[in-house]
Design a protein around this ligand. Structure first.
Ligand SMILES: *Cc1c(COP(=O)(O)O)cnc(C)c1O
Length: 229
């Protein structure tokens, strides 16, 4: 939905919440069981502000530096704002990420686990983490392989003592997402993790029907993204 000046962010949020509610009911839950992470990457601060003015408080960004430029001012104006990191994290940015983000959804390798522990100890701040799983086993995609997930999760918990909240995935673009969502859910369940971050603009309803606790929706809220360099 758009108006003359851009997408009608308040209307989009409202419509998505209704759809989440309907999908949640199909899986015996309600919209309250599902966290809508509004993915604002590449969009200007004014669009984030429009979502905040519409009552939304939970946002996702994929780059530390971009989020550092966009969010600190908004944080002061909206103290309940919650920011999720949903993009790949380099170890040399781990400390910046721990300082800025409230949730880190892209824990995907041992070197990063180490860097996060160090940053959390130093800053005395422990944002919950999701382990990213490369459910489609795509060579170009981040995430631990499904068959390595249990061991990695155990190591994050037991060896590193990281605050693990759940698992996250981005299924292959050209495949039906449902089997990938079902796989992620199995991994979460057998590891006793409650958080299930799956579903984007094109498939969040399917994800919610399959048990998502977090959906990450960008385009359907904020409109098309400008091409990224
Ligand atoms: C960009 C992005 C999204 C949002 O994608 P849309 O299709 O615009 O909803 C969700 N998750 C991750 C990890 C992303 O990078």
């Amino acid at each position: 939905m758009t108006t003359g000046t851009g997408p009608d962010i308040a209307a989009n949020l409202e419509q998505i919440r209704q759809r989440i509610d309907r999908a949640a009911q199909k899986s015996g839950r309600t919209a309250q069981d599902v966290t809508l992470v509004a993915v604002s990457k590449t969009h200007p601060q004014e669009r984030v502000k429009a979502a905040l003015d519409a009552g939304h408080r939970i946002f996702g960004e994929n780059r530390v530096q971009e989020a550092e430029g966009k969010y600190p001012g908004l944080r002061e104006a909206f103290p309940e704002l919650e920011l999720h990191l949903i993009g790949p994290l380099q170890t040399n940015k781990a400390e910046d990420a721990v300082a800025l983000f409230d949730v880190i959804q892209t824990l995907d390798r041992e070197k990063l686990a180490k860097a996060l522990v160090k940053a959390m100890d130093k800053l005395d701040r422990r944002p919950p983490c999701f382990v990213q799983v490369n459910v489609g086993e795509e060579p170009q995609k981040a995430g631990v392989l499904p068959e390595e997930a249990d061991a990695f999760i155990a190591s994050c918990r037991d060896d590193y003592g990281l605050p693990l909240a759940g698992v996250m995935c981005i299924p292959p673009l050209d495949e039906a997402p449902a089997p990938h969502f079902a796989l992620l859910r199995q991994i979460a369940e057998r590891n006793g993790l409650a958080g299930l971050s799956m579903g984007m603009s094109g498939d969040y309803e399917t994800a919610v029907e399959l048990g998502a606790t977090h959906v990450r929706v960008g385009t359907a809220i904020f409109g098309e993204r400008p091409p990224q360099s």
